[in-house]
Design a protein around this ligand. Structure first.
Ligand SMILES: NC(=O)c1ccc[n+]([C@@H]2O[C@H](COP(=O)([O-])OP(=O)(O)OC[C@H]3O[C@@H](n4cnc5c(N)ncnc54)[C@H](O)[C@@H]3O)[C@@H](O)[C@H]2O)c1
Ligand SMILES: [Zn+2]
Length: 350
């Protein structure tokens, strides 16, 4: 039976929930981390903590790096933060991953609360205690595992989220059904993304999937790797985009990665053609294909830094049936090239 961990709070009243968490932790100081968008759209909803010092950073994956961490560490130092002080991270996965990393390393760790404000961070990024930043072109290359002291999830924040960002989060929802929960995948398959008006049910189901997997394997020595379905090739594409002027959202890269990795699963005989076609056509119905890719050599270099590698072997997490996924699956270069060619071949998604 899947259970919601005690530090995760679903609420329709973010102020009340935040107040009760703060009363419990009783910090000597508080600061709140925002970007320019969460400053405008999300902070005004936190009416109960007016007058608290703000730390504002620039939004976006391109700023999830050590330079931005230095700005935040400096601010905490200026505010004379002690180990009893608490940081509230108000934003999407970038703010949550980076604000959490800064808090987990400042004076060897201060308490922090994540208030995820994007669909992607509510269903995935805020859960499971992976914190970190990108390094040069490598995604999430530097980081730690540490669970936030509280995660407060309120779907009210999604009302101001741009449509493209909402869709990006939906990629992780699709992933959760595909890898771990047959009934969830069946519900998702019956659902048109454009017809979804209420997110609460999806958020709760996805959080339960992720929390259950993480509880069984918190430090990713085995099962937790299944959450990386779509992320091995997806991250390599996302990393390459980080270095260009073009932009590609995390979920968009993962949607592309899931199609390519489903093709690997098909070629390795892990899934049947009918299921493969169902998966690909569902993802294609939601996401446009990404048509500009790094050269194969570049993809290989980026895959060479994947955190799941063993020695020089790239390991994939691949679906092996509806609601089920394997990890540590070895795949060769020719198979990777075939999967990429399949994805880029326009005939495959007419
Ligand atoms: N730690 C994990 O386990 C984990 C899992 C999945 C993804 N991630 C990470 O999450 C990041 C992506 O997160 P994301 O998709 O939330 O992106 P994001 O944090 O960049 O947020 C997307 C955009 O939405 C804006 N925004 C946030 N909330 C808003 C709101 N309520 N209204 C209007 N605008 C709002 C932000 O300012 C930003 O411009 C990536 O860095 C990825 O690596 C981490
Ligand atoms: Zn992801």
């Amino acid at each position: 039976m899947k259970k919601v961990p005690p530090n995760i709070h679903f609420t329709q009243n973010v102020n009340q929930q935040l107040q009760s968490c703060l009363a419990l932790f009783n910090p000597d100081k508080i600061a709140i981390l925002v970007d320019e968008n969460t400053l405008v759209h999300c902070l005004p909803k936190l009416t109960s903590i007016k007058g608290i010092p703000l730390i504002q950073i620039a939004s976006g994956e391109k700023n999830k790096n050590i330079e931005t961490c230095q700005i935040i560490w400096q601010k905490l130092t200026d505010f004379k933060f002690t180990r009893k002080s608490l940081l509230v991270n108000l934003g999407g996965g970038v703010i949550g991953d980076m604000g959490g990393f800064v808090a987990a390393t400042f004076k060897r760790g201060i308490p922090f609360i994540n208030i995820p404000t994007t669909l992607l961070s509510q269903v995935d990024a805020s859960i499971g205690g992976k914190l970190g930043i990108d390094f040069n072109e490598f995604k999430n290359h530097i980081g730690v595992f540490k669970d936030p002291d509280a995660i407060i999830i309120c779907d009210d924040f999604l009302n101001t989220l741009p449509h493209r960002q909402l869709k990006s989060g939906y990629a992780e929802i699709i992933k959760h059904g595909l890898i771990y929960d047959l009934a969830y995948w069946q519900d998702i398959q019956m659902t048109l993304f454009s017809g979804i008006k209420e997110w609460q049910d999806f958020i709760e189901k996805s959080v339960l999937v992720k929390a259950d997997v993480v509880k069984k394997d918190p430090y990713e020595s085995g099962l937790r790797k299944i959450l990386n379905f779509g992320h091995t090739l997806g991250h390599s594409i996302e990393s390459w985009y980080l270095d260009t002027e073009k932009d590609l959202l995390h979920g968009e890269a993962i949607a592309a990665g899931m199609i390519m990795e489903a093709k690997l699963a098909l070629d390795l005989g892990l899934i049947e053609k009918g299921y493969f076609e169902q998966v690909v056509s569902y993802i294609d119905a939601v996401f446009d294909r990404v048509m500009v890719f790094p050269p194969f050599d570049k993809i290989k270099t980026l895959l060479g830094q994947d955190k799941k590698n063993q020695g020089s072997t790239v390991m994939f997490s691949l679906i092996n049936g509806p609601g089920s996924c394997l990890f540590d699956v070895e795949v060769n270069d020719a198979q990777i090239a075939d999967a990429i060619n399949f994805y880029l071949d326009s005939e495959s998604h007419r």
